[in-house]
Design a binder for this molecule. Structure first.
Ligand SMILES: [Fe+2]
Ligand SMILES: [Fe+2]
Length: 238
């Protein structure tokens, strides 16, 4: 699937795995996210299967991605061609470090909203708080493992032997993906109820950003970094 425009036959587009689509056409991430298509943990699924699962028309999805690409002033970064070291630096700076502050902030907000409104919404807010706490408890040690063990390994010449730790990271990602799905279901796609106060609205806005950020983050690792690291044996990771 090398021709990323309307020139691509629809049947070829439909058969493309999501991992390949999102890697070769990064502008598709936004469109898939909007339709709640799981591109980070189910990248092996074809566009046709993903559309069938969500009740979407393949031709319409193709048109939406073409439209986003046509609207861009400059093409998005192609992380499948950047040096692996630059990709890992990007993941740490853009996706890991901001979470050091954002996860505690969101947990404090979720605790506050549950404390103030939990009695009126006992089915929702305590569970939402616990899910935010579970996400933080998953993500913080996961990032540490990547930064202290896996990424240094992938920067070395031995990167092709990192099959076992990569499998562990993929399993972590799948668990995180399930927590994110629960978050989206609990919040009705991050839509606050009419009666929501300012803190509640701020919590949902922050969780929506967190969801998109984490899914993009996991996509870069599952679909780009890990397969490239296991297949590249040159000193490309500099
Ligand atoms: Fe990461
Ligand atoms: Fe990760």
């Amino acid at each position: 699937m090398s021709t990323p425009t309307q020139a691509t036959p629809l049947s070829t587009f439909a058969a493309t795995p999501l991992s390949e689509l999102t890697t070769e056409r990064p502008a598709s991430l936004r469109v898939l996210y909007r339709h709640r298509i799981d591109f980070c943990c189910k990248g092996a699924r074809s566009v046709a299967d993903a559309c069938a699962h969500r009740g979407l028309d393949v031709a319409q999805l193709a048109a939406e991605i073409d439209a986003v690409e046509a609207s861009l002033h400059s093409p998005p970064t192609r992380w499948d061609t950047a040096p692996l070291g630059v990709l890992m630096d990007h993941i740490i700076a853009r996706h890991h470090r901001p979470l050091d502050e954002e996860l505690p902030r969101l947990q404090a907000l979720a605790e506050k909203v549950a404390r103030v409104h939990g009695e009126r919404f006992p089915e929702l807010l305590p569970t939402l708080r616990d899910t935010v706490i579970a996400i933080r408890a998953d993500v913080v040690p996961h990032m540490l493992k990547e930064e202290r063990i896996l990424f240094p390994w992938l920067r070395s010449e031995r990167r092709g032997q990192a099959t076992a730790p990569i499998a562990v990271m993929r399993a972590d990602h799948a668990h995180l993906g399930a927590l994110l799905d629960r978050l989206a279901d609990l919040t009705g796609g991050f839509t606050p109820p009419e009666a929501a106060c300012t803190s509640w609205r701020a919590l949902y806005a922050g969780l929506a950003d967190l969801d998109e950020d984490l899914r993009t983050h996991v996509h870069l690792e599952n679909n780009v970094l890990f397969p490239r690291a296991l297949s590249e044996t040159t000193s490309d990771a500099a």
